[in-house]
Design a protein around this ligand. Sequence first.
Ligand code: GSH
Length: 224
Amino acid sequence: MKLYGALSSPFVARCWLAVTAKGGSVDLVEYPDGITSAGYRALNPMSKIPVLVDGDVVIPESAVICEYLDAVLPGPPLLPGAAAARARVRLLCRIADLYLFPSAIDLLVAPVGGDAAVIEPAMASTVAALGHLEHFLDDIGFAYGTSITLADCTLHGGVALALMVLGNHGMKNRFDGRPKLAAWWGAIRQDPVLKPALERIKEVVVAYERQRGFAAPGAQADSR
Ligand SMILES: N[C@@H](CCC(=O)N[C@@H](CS)C(=O)NCC(=O)O)C(=O)O
């Protein structure tokens, strides 16, 4: 299986974490001609990373890729079997996809000290999305239940991005009033299964931030 993309993308990292949690492997590569090329567009007309290619099967969109990986790879299930539990995991992923990622990405592309009419609503939406996660997170180390699920794989990149961009735009105490989120963030980064992959992701993200000229690469998303 080939996963096109780079770990600097939280959407690619999400898939990489799912593969790691399954104990599987994929070939993670950048598309040789770039994601705007005709060849890549034939795989994914949305022209975004990641794309998974498994023989004749071509799948864009990280949420869909993760569910496919969970279904085809051996290893522990990343979606619970019981309907209510499954719904909760999918809900956490959906909050990240619909609310957290879009507003955090708005903040990522907004220059620090730039247009308040753009930054203030994006800050408010990102903070609100963290609040939604706080409401639905479990408080026992994983996002839901007693083992890694797709929610942990999804939320890691979303929360890391949110912490970083909120910090860049001057927000301190990003965990105030969010004890479950703080506990999850502390615990998931120490998970023995995910830790080596998270360290690799961090190296790539820090290199990316350095290249983009961030003042303290890696520091914002790490700090509590
Ligand atoms: N909803 C998509 C989002 C993917 C996405 O936005 N990827 C970014 C990288 S983080 C991308 O490919 N951006 C290139 C572009 O927009 O031109 C998913 O979950 O896979």
